[in-house]
Design a binder for this molecule. Structure first.
Ligand code: MRU
Length: 343
């Protein structure tokens, strides 16, 4: 079997390796995943992250586990353990459920083959999202993005950053404003790193500078990724996305969401049905791990740390899927323009 390669995930001789995103951009460290606990911990700690990529990573690991001689019963239990690692990005549950659906009768080779298909499909979907989204970018544009919805978050070129990469490949001249994305700084650490590699001019801003930049006419459009899209078009994405959409609406700035269809959860009627991950207070009260060990909040202070928020469909100009640009959320349940319901 050929090795699989993406920016943040790869296989070597059937083994699964992830690039430790908590150590980027200072260090490039590949971690060998040897147990399901390793993969769960890597997902919880955001060493591997981004909605599509955690689904692909879980799939590849489950493929290897099956082929490595695990019993069907134990494999099913470990699949459920992985599925529960993070609650908001539906791609994780979607990928695990896809593999579980072919696990009876027990056929490890079939499971692993499907895992590889999940990887390859994501590469292809990112490519198509990029091409469709690049049509929206014009020369001279200043495009804002948030968090990291790039190659590090998918098996392919990314979703929101994939749009930028495709526009760059076409020779379009534009620049990017990337929000740093407190508390874990995916924008400052990861998106800026990717944009450097893509040679796309960019400026980082504090998240709290976004509305002011819009008010000064510094932002022409916004493109972000998604962790889950409800049937009515409401979008869960990294905390801060909703604030961007509110400010964009106030300033008349188009706001686009780019995502593969595997991010749509047709069983969630609206944003209120999407589970939101709340993370440790320590991430807000200070910084830990590879950021150093510092606490800046006063002893005794408490923090609230929702990792995602919900942007209502009414604030979204368009949804960029691999099968087209949807301008009306009704298309998500009754797709026009060649769209399909379900994965
Ligand atoms: O907590 P993270 O870093 O996994 O959050 C990632 C995001 O919010 C991304 O925008 C989303 O997963 C889309 S990635 C293509």
């Amino acid at each position: 079997m050929d090795d699989l390669n993406s920016l943040g995930l790869r296989t070597r001789a059937g083994k699964v390796h992830i690039l430790d995103q908590q150590r980027l951009p200072q260090e490039l460290v590949w971690l060998n995943i040897e147990t399901t606990d390793d993969m769960v911990r890597a997902i919880v700690d955001l060493k591997v992250r981004g909605a599509p990529l955690i689904g692909v990573a879980a799939a590849l690991w489950l493929g290897r586990l099956a082929e490595g001689g695990c019993s069907q019963q134990s494999w099913l239990e470990q699949a459920q353990q992985l599925r529960a690692a993070r609650p908001t990005a539906v791609n994780l549950a979607w990928a695990v459920d896809r593999l579980v659906a072919v696990s009876e009768p027990w056929n490890p080779a079939q499971i692993n083959a499907l895992a590889i298909t999940v990887f390859n499909e994501d590469v292809e979907q990112c490519h198509r999202i990029g091409e469709i989204g690049a049509d929206l970018i014009q020369d001279g544009d200043s495009v804002m993005t948030h968090c990291n919805a790039g190659a590090l978050a998918t098996a392919g070129i990314g979703t929101a950053v994939g749009v930028l990469a495709a526009a760059k490949a076409r020779g379009q001249l534009f620049s990017v404003i990337a929000g740093e994305t407190r508390p874990l700084l995916q924008g400052a650490r990861l998106t800026a790193w990717e944009l450097r590699q893509l040679d796309i001019p960019h400026r980082l801003i504090c998240d709290s500078a976004a509305a002011f930049m819009m008010s000064r006419g510094e932002v022409d459009k916004i493109v972000v990724g998604a962790d889950r899209i409800a049937a009515n078009g409401d979008v869960a994405n990294k905390i801060g996305t909703y604030a961007l959409a509110v400010a964009a609406s106030h300033h008349g700035i188009p706001f686009y969401v780019a995502a593969p269809w595997s991010t749509v959860d047709i069983t969630a009627a609206g944003g209120a049905d999407i589970p939101i991950e709340w993370r440790e207070q320590e991430e807000v009260l200070g910084a830990a791990g590879s950021f150093g060990n510092v606490r800046w909040a006063a002893p005794g202070s408490e923090a609230a740390n929702p990792a995602f928020d919900i942007t209502p469909a009414a604030l979204i100009t368009g949804w960029i899927f691999e099968h087209g640009l949807f301008l009306d959320p009704a298309e998500i349940v009754a797709p026009q323009s060649g769209g399909v319901v379900g994965p």
